[in-house]
Write a new protein. Structure first.
Length: 567
C-alpha cells in the first residue's frame, strides 16, 4: 500500500476564511495491478461544518474494470465525506487491471468542493495504472537434481525457458555458490544481465550447471534468482552432490622458454605456481640436465621437495626454474621437468633454452660516447698514420673498458682521406640504420660508421686472449647503403693471430656487394658468424681488423655488435 500526504501552509490565502483549504496530492501517481494507494488530503483549517469532497474520473482507466475505490464510487466518480473538525480526508485507489497484458492506463482525479468546502489552486491529480513487469517461465518448468559431480568439475547444463513482458530495466540473474549460469551454454558465471530492450517479448534460454568448488562435498543446495525493477522476483531451488577429487597436483605452466644463455651461466629464473589437493605425500621435483630448480629463488640444484601440507587445499607454492647450460655445445636444449608423488600421474613441464657460447670479449660501440658529427682529419692526407680523436667530433679511437678498445688507421691511396670532413667513427647517426626492421642498431644506440674514406681505413681492435679455449666464434653485424658500389670499394674483416697469421672472415668488393644483393631496400643488417675454433690451442690471442675503402658519401657502411664467443 502506498500512502501519499500533502499539506497546506496555514498562511496560504483562502477565498473564504470561514472554510478550510483542500490540498490535492502530487500531480501523478503510478501503481501496478497488485497495488493500492491511499490519497490523503490534509486541511489547513479544520472545517466547521460537515460536507463532501467530490472526485470525478476521466481517462482510459475504467472504474470497476481497471480500478475501484474506498469509499465505493461509480464510473463517474466518488464522494469523500468530511465531518466538522476533521484534519483531512482519504481516498483509497485499488488497481484491478488485468495482469500480463503489458497495459498502461491513466485516470485523472478531479477534485470538486461540496458542502461549502473551498480548495487551493491545485484541484486534480493523475493516476497511472500499469501492469507489473512479468518474468515468466511458460509451462511447468523446474530443475532436477544435478546428481553427483566431482569438485572443481561441472555437470551437464539444464535449461529454463524464459519469457518476460514489460520490463523497464535490465533483467538480472544470480546463482548462489557452486552453481553457474549462461545464455549460450559456453560462457558461464555466477551472474548475468541483459537489457530490457533485448529480452522483452523474446524467448530466451538460460543454462544452469552445478560447479562444486573445492571442498563443496555432499549435498549442495542453491538458488537461481531472476529480478528486475518493479517485477516480482522468481527463485528456483537447486540441488547437487559434490564428490572429492583424487589426489592431484597442478602447475600453472606446461612449458617454459628461457632464450639464450651462455655456457656456464644462468638465465633469470621463472616462477611456476604449484598447487594441489588431497595429497598424502610430498611432491618430488627432478630437473633435467642443463636446468635447475629452487623453492626460494636463491639455492638452486637439480631437485627439490615440496611438502604436501604446503600445497594441499589449493594453496599456491612457487617453484623457481632456471636454465644453466653446461654441455659446451652451442644450440637449443630441450627437456622435461618432472613433478611426482606416490599414486599420482607425473606432471610434466617442458623446458627449452638456447645454449650460447660464453662472451670472451665484445663491443657494441656503446663506448666511447658517439656523436653524429663529421670527423675532420687535420693531418697530411698523403701520410699513413693512426687517426686521433678531435674534440666535438665522432671518436675514432678508444683505449678500452668494458668494451674492446680500438684504433683507426688511415692508409693513403691517392685521395684526400677525411681531411674534407667525413662520416667516420663511433656515431649515433640514424640514417639508413633507422630504415632497418630493427629500427636502429642491433645492440644499443651506437655503432661505427664510415663513408667516402678516400683511402683505406683500418679499425684495429685490442687483442683478445683465447688461452685455454677449445671453441671460438666471431660474430659481427654490418649494414650497407642501397647505392651503386664500385669495384675498388672494399670491406674486409680479418683475424690476426698473436704471431701475425691472418684468417679472413669477410672479404667484399663493390662488385660483390652489387652481385650478392647485400644492399637491399629496405636495409637489412647482415650477420657475420664464423667458427674459428681451429685457432684455439694454436695461439694465445687474436686481433680483429676491419678494413673499409669507399669513394662516395653514398657508400655507407655500419658495424655493430661484435662478439668473441667461446668456451
Amino acid at each position: 500500500m502506498v500512502g501519499l500526504v500533502n499539506s497546506c501552509d496555514d498562511n496560504e490565502e483562502i477565498n473564504n476564511p470561514e472554510n478550510s483549504i483542500l490540498a490535492v496530492p502530487e500531480d501523478e501517481i503510478t501503481i501496478f495491478e497488485d497495488e493500492e494507494v491511499d490519497i490523503f488530503v490534509r486541511f489547513s483549517k479544520r472545517p466547521v461544518e460537515t460536507g463532501t469532497i467530490g472526485v470525478s474520473f476521466n481517462g482510459s482507466a475504467i472504474y470497476g474494470q481497471d480500478f475501484t475505490t474506498e469509499p465505493e464510487g461509480t464510473t463517474e466518480g466518488v464522494s469523500i465525506p468530511v465531518s466538522s473538525g476533521d484534519d483531512g480526508a482519504s481516498l483509497r485507489i485499488i488497481s484491478i487491471i488485468e495482469p500480463g497484458l503489458n497495459l498502461s492506463k491513466t485516470v485523472s482525479l478531479n477534485f470538486e468542493s461540496e458542502g461549502g468546502l473551498s480548495f487551493g489552486t491545485q484541484n486534480s491529480s493523475e493516476l497511472v495504472i500499469v501492469n507489473r513487469p512479468e518474468i515468466n517461465f511458460p509451462g511447468s518448468q523446474g530443475l532436477e537434481n544435478f546428481g553427483e559431480v566431482v569438485e572443481l568439475e561441472t555437470s551437464e547444463a539444464q535449461t529454463l525457458e524464459l519469457s518476460v513482458v514489460g520490463l523497464l530495466d535490465d533483467l538480472n540473474i544470480e546463482a548462489s555458490d557452486n552453481y553457474e549460469i549462461s545464455f549460450n551454454d559456453e560462457d558461464f558465471s555466477s551472474t548475468l544481465s541483459i537489457t530490457a530492450e533485448a529480452i522483452n517479448n523474446a524467448d530466451t534460454t538460460v543454462y544452469i550447471r552445478f560447479a562444486p568448488q573445492f571442498d563443496a562435498l555432499n549435498t549442495q543446495t542453491g538458488t537461481i534468482t531472476f529480478f528486475s525493477t518493479n517485477a516480482n522476483d522468481v527463485v528456483f531451488n537447486m540441488e547437487g552432490s559434490g564428490t572429492p577429487q583424487p589426489p592431484t597436483v597442478f602447475s600453472d605452466l606446461s612449458s617454459i622458454t628461457f632464450g639464450s644463455t651462455a655456457q656456464g651461466g644462468f638465465s633469470p629464473s621463472q616462477a611456476v605456481i604449484i598447487t594441489g589437493y588431497r595429497l598424502t605425500e610430498n611432491v618430488s621435483v627432478i630437473a633435467p640436465e642443463n636446468f635447475e630448480v629452487s623453492t626460494n629463488d636463491i639455492d638452486f640444484s637439480n631437485s627439490a621437495n615440496l611438502p604436501f601440507e604446503d600445497i594441499n587445499a589449493l594453496n599456491e607454492v612457487a617453484l623457481y626454474v632456471r636454465f644453466a647450460p653446461n654441455t659446451g655445445i652451442d644450440g637449443p636444449k630441450t627437456d622435461d621437468l618432472i613433478l611426482s608423488s606416490s599414486g599420482l600421474s607425473d606432471v610434466i613441464i617442458s623446458l627449452t633454452g638456447e645454449e650460447g657460447l660464453g662472451v670472451i670479449a665484445y663491443t657494441s660501440f656503446e663506448e666511447p660516447e658517439g656523436l653524429d658529427i663529421d670527423y675532420v682529419d687535420t693531418g697530411d692526407p698523403a701520410i699513413n698514420r693512426t687517426l686521433q680523436n678531435n674534440m666535438g667530433e665522432a671518436p675514432v679511437q678508444y683505449a678500452g673498458g668494458d668494451e674492446l678498445g680500438f684504433n683507426t688507421i688511415y692508409i693513403f691511396t691517392g685521395g684526400q682521406g677525411a681531411t674534407d670532413g667525413d662520416d667516420l667513427g663511433v656515431t649515433t647517426k640514424s640514417s639508413i640504420v633507422g630504415d632497418t626492421p630493427e629500427g636502429g642498431y642491433t645492440d644499443g644506440v651506437q655503432g661505427y660508421y664510415a663513408d667516402d674514406t678516400d683511402g683505406i681505413i683500418q679499425i684495429v681492435f685490442q687483442e683478445v686472449d683465447i688461452t685455454g679455449l677449445t671453441t671460438l666464434r666471431v660474430r659481427m653485424d654490418y649494414l650497407f647503403n642501397d647505392t651503386t658500389w664500385e669495384i675498388d670499394d672494399i670491406i674486409k674483416a680479418t683475424l690476426l693471430t698473436q704471431e701475425g697469421v691472418p684468417l679472413t672472415l669477410l672479404s667484399l668488393t663493390g662488385e660483390d656487394i652489387e652481385n650478392l644483393g647485400l644492399d637491399p631496400e629496405p636495409h637489412i643488417w647482415n650477420n657475420l658468424d664464423v667458427d674459428v675454433s681451429s685457432l684455439a690451442g694454436t695461439t694465445a690471442s687474436v686481433q680483429l681488423v676491419i678494413e673499409v675503402q669507399t669513394e662516395s658519401g653514398a657508400e655507407e657502411v655500419y658495424f655493430d655488435n661484435i662478439r668473441f664467443l667461446g668456451n
